[in-house]
Design a protein around this ligand. Sequence first.
Ligand code: CA
Length: 224
Amino acid sequence: MNILIVEDEIGLAEAISAILIGEHYNTDIANDGRTGLQLALTGDYDCILLDIMLPVMNGLDVLSYLRVKEIETPVLLLTARSETEDKIKGLDCGADDYLTKPFSMGELLARIRAMTRRKAISPDINPKYGDITLDLKKGEIICGTNSVILGRKEFRMMEMLVSHAGQIITKEQFVTKIWGSNDESEYNNVEVYISFLRKKLSMLHSSVTIKTRRGIGYCLDGAK
Ligand code: CA
């Protein structure tokens, strides 16, 4: 589970991150709104913790922009006690919940669990690329009238490839996001799973292929 923390109080951001890592979440930290937005736009997060008062771009602008771009990642606003009006605006802009500072880490964790659970059961828009669609609920790839169920890791890799269509994803990115480690010994696993995915795409007679960019990573090809 990947969580983005957008918070300019560096000590607070790091304290939250340390607690989340202790609970086996992966975290990224952005200390200003624009950096936070850039990271959030990748769509790779299960939940975003978003401060309102931020340098460069405020949290509400970040949130509005994400929702305009149809990034529906659950957002938990972190607000100061004096920002009641901003809280309301935030919920209007598409925040899922808010937490008033100072908050206990126990409460933060409970909110994150609730939000990520909601996301898991809400109807998601199934990502598409070329002639394939990923069914997020069933964990399968659909191509025309054919479909095949993928293993959990295979599915997450395919999801990363589809959501970054046209971009190269490195082995390091796969290992970090899917195996939750930075261990180069996992790189072989990436190759193995890519070969599984290729077999399944060809079983489906899809025109989509996974190209290897030697020494860099992988990307999808075959969209019309
Ligand atoms: Ca702030």
